[in-house]
Design a protein around this ligand. Structure first.
Ligand SMILES: [Zn+2]
Length: 412
């Protein structure tokens, strides 16, 4: 029998376990990857990025020279503790808006966490009292985290798929904040969005694979777990399997197929590390939303931008103070909103939706953003209605066929 727990609660606990697990089991293993990324950084940075044009009217010359300079500047400032130049005229949302409007800010990176999806009905996984440990008892797990442990999953996939069935993504609409990120893309300002979320709402809002780094994976695609095979399967394929009570098996080799979410004991996607090394030195503005910056290696990304790059946090509380361990090895780069030395970090304490609306207002984009949210939500609603209508039409059709057949039998 089901425990009296809502769907969103279950999604909450899944996220909790993923993120907690990623935090605990990957914290130190990923430090190694981080070092690898640092080591290859110089080489990668000096290679011009294909999407950047050499004909750019930038006053600093070639992209390669610029990147090398950025790298050296970062390295020296990290080593010597030199702070960067002050770019914002004021450490406020208004200051950030003026910077965006100045034209000097061309590459914005967004880093987002569960807080951007709470207004969609998906609770912040750090919210206490979700009561979800209790819900997991019905699966007779040796311990609750086992449901997301890759070794346990390979032997006992049933609990995971039973839970996945109950909380499959697709019932939620992207938030104002998701559409604000889409608006940044439409304005040609979005370099990349780094997300910790697995709810796929960034994609629903219109971001494409190339715009997005899903650091903790996604339900959007699935792969065969066999290292020899690794066949890819779509979200639709997985959905059919999950809702037909089937354990998804590879059509080529009959191994298990798992959604591409990062389980405990699994590495973060390779693209996370390669893109990180390419993107962050080129970032002109970092916007961090809806994350308490406690999960590594994600949280350490804030220290990967240049010392002069302004960082805006939109969150319900301040976050991202220096991690003592990472600080010691030069990867700290913690946020500084309030000290006398503060020169580039801005904290806007609000919900992500309110913060994005306020920023959009300052930029003169508010009406456009609200129109986008309205239009896109209407689209999603009408699509859902259509699907519902189709389903009931199929049901009615079956019933009518049944009636007709009954009538025919009677007539005979
Ligand atoms: Zn396979």
């Amino acid at each position: 029998m089901l425990m009296p727990v809502t769907k969103t609660d279950r999604l909450g606990v899944m996220s909790l376990f993923w993120c907690y697990g990623v935090a605990m089991t990957n914290r130190y293993t990923h430090l190694k990857d981080l070092f690898e990324a640092c080591k290859t950084k110089e080489v990668e940075d000096s290679a011009p990025e294909p999407e950047e044009q050499s004909g750019d009217s930038s006053d600093d010359g070639e992209a390669s020279g610029e990147s090398e300079m950025d790298f050296l500047r970062n390295l020296f400032s990290k080593t010597l503790g030199i702070s960067g130049e002050k770019v914002l005229d004021e450490l406020t949302l208004e200051g950030v808006a003026r910077y965006i409007q100045s034209g000097a800010c061309k590459n914005i990176i967004c880093m987002v966490g569960a807080g951007i999806s709470t207004s969609a009905g998906i609770p912040d996984f750090r919210s206490p009292e979700t009561g979800l440990y209790a819900n997991l008892q019905k699966y007779n797990l040796p311990y609750p985290e086992a449901i997301f442990q890759i070794d346990y999953f390979k032997k006992h996939p049933e609990p995971f798929f039973a839970l996945a069935r109950e909380l499959y993504p697709g019932l939620f609409k992207p938030t104002v904040c998701h559409y604000f990120i889409k608006l940044l893309k439409d304005k040609g300002l979005l370099k990349r969005c780094y997300s910790q979320n697995i709810d796929t709402l960034e994609r629903v809002a219109g971001l494409e694979s190339e715009d997005l780094i899903e650091a903790h994976g996604t339900f959007y695609s699935s792969h065969c777990v066999s290292f020899m095979c690794r066949s890819e399967y779509s979200m639709d394929w997985m959905k059919v399997k999950i809702f037909s009570d089937d354990i998804p098996k590879c059509e080529k080799c009959n191994s298990l197929v798992k959604p591409d979410i990062v389980f405990f004991g699994e590495n973060l996607p390779k693209r996370f590390f390669t893109s990180m090394a390419m993107d962050f030195p080129r970032c002109d503005l970092l916007i961090i939303m809806g994350t308490s910056l406690q999960v590594q290696p994600f949280a350490a990304l804030v220290g990967r931008v240049s010392k002069s790059c302004p960082r805006l946090l939109i969150n319900l509380e301040k976050a991202g103070g220096a991690d003592p361990l990472l600080g010691m090895i030069g990867l700290g780069g913690g946020m500084d909103f309030d000290s006398e030395k503060a020169y580039r970090d801005v904290a806007h304490i609000s919900t992500c939706d309110d913060g994005c609306l306020a920023l959009a207002d300052l930029l003169g984009w508010k009406a456009e953003l609200e129109e986008m949210v309205k239009r896109e939500h209407e689209k999603i609603d009408s699509k859902a209605k259509e699907e519902q209508a189709n389903q009931s039409a199929v049901a009615t059709g079956k019933a009518e066929t049944g009636k007709a057949e009954t009538g025919k039998t009677k007539a005979e």
